[in-house]
Design a protein around this ligand. Structure first.
Ligand code: GLU
Length: 174
């Protein structure tokens, strides 16, 4: 049943994430992806299928000292490249992976994101769009993250990268 990996450290996160996802393969999954944050930005690679397929998608010279990874077991939206995690906010500032189910995603969409355009059919994307919406209203990332979590009904393990934060990634589990 899917898996999630996060890394911050003084070495390239790429192998840590890919090896971490390989260790989680036994749990079962239909797609996988990673995001690597470097000083030049966030690289996202994702693939429907095996970690071996994802490996060949990640550029050989990809580098980042912060990263997140995900194996997906689809609950909302078919297994596909677009539905694979990580998902990003509209501006690209936030990049996120999520395991679990957001039961009220459709309600949250109607209430807060009626004008938003979605790149996937997942319940997950609503989370990253909400975080950016609250940040755009003036909240810090931590406040926007906490506010978003307070609205979610369901289950979640989340890793989030803020491309404007060079110190920390936030994570939460419920
Ligand atoms: N509900 C999310 C999706 O369908 C996450 C599934 C999972 O836990 O892998 O993308």
């Amino acid at each position: 049943m899917c898996g999630i990996v996060g890394f911050i450290g003084k070495k390239n996160a790429k192998e840590v994430l890919l090896e971490g996802l390989e260790k989680l393969e036994y749990r079962g999954y239909d797609s996988a992806g990673i995001a690597l944050k470097s000083p030049t930005g966030v690289l996202v690679a994702k693939e429907k299928g095996r970690i071996a397929d994802l490996r060949s998608e990640v550029p050989a010279d990809a580098f980042g000292e912060m990263g997140i990874g995900h194996t997906r077991w689809a609950t909302h939206g078919k297994p596909s490249h677009a539905n694979a995690h990580p998902h990003q906010s509209k501006s690209g500032r936030y990049t996120m992976v999520h395991n679990g189910v957001i039961e009220n995603y459709s309600l949250l969409t109607d209430q807060y994101l009626a004008d938003a355009s979605f790149e996937s059919d997942t319940d997950t994307e609503v989370i990253v769009l909400l975080i950016e919406m609250f940040a755009n209203q003036g909240m810090t990332t931590k406040e926007a993250f906490t506010k978003t979590l307070s609205l979610l009904h369901g289950s979640y393990a989340i890793c989030l990268i803020d491309n404007q934060d060079n110190e920390n990634a936030l994570r939460s589990e419920k």
